[in-house]
Structures are given as structure tokens and as C-alpha cells.
Design a protein around this ligand. Structure first.
Ligand SMILES: C[S@@+](CC[C@H](N)C(=O)[O-])C[C@H]1O[C@@H](n2cnc3c(N)ncnc32)[C@H](O)[C@@H]1O
Length: 159
């Protein structure tokens, strides 16, 4: 299975970098992982609604240019659907069975994802109604994808 994670904004915090490196290493046993980090657009505090849409749209276009044609796309969105870890594992497993050898997860920037990106997505996944910073979201996502592969391989993992 090939997994891509496209995210907007640079990873700055050292403690998150270390966690991400750790799960990247662990995941290398189960899948080919490609992490694409895109530059975010400048976003001052006092942007108008119209300018915010322009920022999201520009970031969205960059995201869309990185999605492979045949990839199954899972957008991370607060108002998406909740899955248990077992359900995410099952989703990944079923996609493999149905011949989807490539899954792309997308994490938006500080303003979220554009409508165009959400339209291209096959699934909108929420990790709760809470808002997480994009860098932390990447670490949480990697841990859950790792957990999913452990579940699918009937391998032990702390509860
Ligand atoms: C700082 S958040 C953006 C918040 C923005 N106001 C919004 O409504 O999307 C950055 C990105 O992290 C991801 N994210 C943050 N919290 C999430 C959650 N609870 N579930 C799923 N994705 C989340 C989303 O991809 C989001 O675009």
C-alpha cells in the first residue's frame, strides 16, 4: 500500500518532528509513505472573508496538483465523519482489497481546506469536533495509520 500525506504549512516544533520521525520509521514496515509539505499562503489576522477564500483556494490548487489521479483521497476535516481505530483499519484494508493501492490523506492549513479539495475527496475524516494544529494532526494521523496496520496484521498494540 502507498500512503501519501499532503499537508499545508511547515513542521516547526522539534517535539512533533521527533514523533513524526518515529512513526514514519515504524510505518516503513507496512507501507510506502510519502509526506508532502506545502508552503502556506500568508494569512494576516485581519483578512476579509473574500481574502480568506482566496488563501484557501491558492492552497487548494497546490494540494490538488500533488494528488495522483488514481488515489483514494481522505480529507481531514473537523465536520467529517468519525471512525474508531478499528473502522479506519477496516477502511484501509477494504480499499486494498478493492484494488486501491494508493491513499492520500490531506491536512489543511490554518483556514482549513478549499471546497475544490473537499469535492475531490472521496471521504471526509474527523478526529473529533476539536480543532488540532495541523502539525499535531499529522502526528495523530500517523499514529492512527500505524495502529490501523497493526490491527490489520493482528499484531499487538497497546490499547
Ligand atoms: C488548524 S486546522 C484548521 C482549522 C480551520 N478553522 C478549519 O475549520 O478547518 C488545520 C487542519 O488540521 C486538520 N484538523 C484539525 N482538527 C481536526 C479534526 N478534529 N479532525 C480532522 N481534521 C482536523 C484539518 O485538515 C484542518 O484543515
Amino acid at each position: 500500500m502507498n500512503i501519501s500525506i499532503i499537508s499545508v504549512g511547515k513542521l516547526k516544533e522539534k517535539y512533533l518532528k521527533l514523533g513524526i520521525e518515529e512513526f514514519t520509521k515504524r510505518l516503513s514496515k507496512y507501507c510506502k509513505l510519502d509526506m508532502i509539505e506545502l508552503d502556506d499562503e500568508k494569512c494576516p489576522e485581519n483578512l476579509s472573508e473574500k481574502d480568506m477564500l482566496i488563501v484557501k483556494d491558492k492552497e487548494g490548487k497546490k494540494i490538488l496538483s500533488k494528488i495522483k489521479n488514481n488515489s483514494y483521497v481522505i480529507a481531514l476535516a473537523i465536520d467529517g465523519k468519525n471512525l474508531s481505530s478499528e473502522e479506519l483499519a477496516d477502511t484501509i484494508s477494504k480499499l486494498g482489497v478493492r484494488g486501491h493501492s494508493h491513499i492520500t490523506f490531506i491536512i489543511g492549513g490554518s483556514l482549513g481546506l478549499s471546497d475544490e479539495v473537499l469535492k475531490r475527496s472521496d471521504y471526509k475524516l474527523s478526529f473529533s469536533k476539536m480543532t488540532f494544529p495541523h502539525q499535531m494532526m499529522k502526528l495523530i494521523l500517523l499514529e492512527q495509520v500505524y495502529r490501523a496496520f497493526r490491527i490489520n496484521n493482528n499484531e499487538p498494540y497497546h490499547k
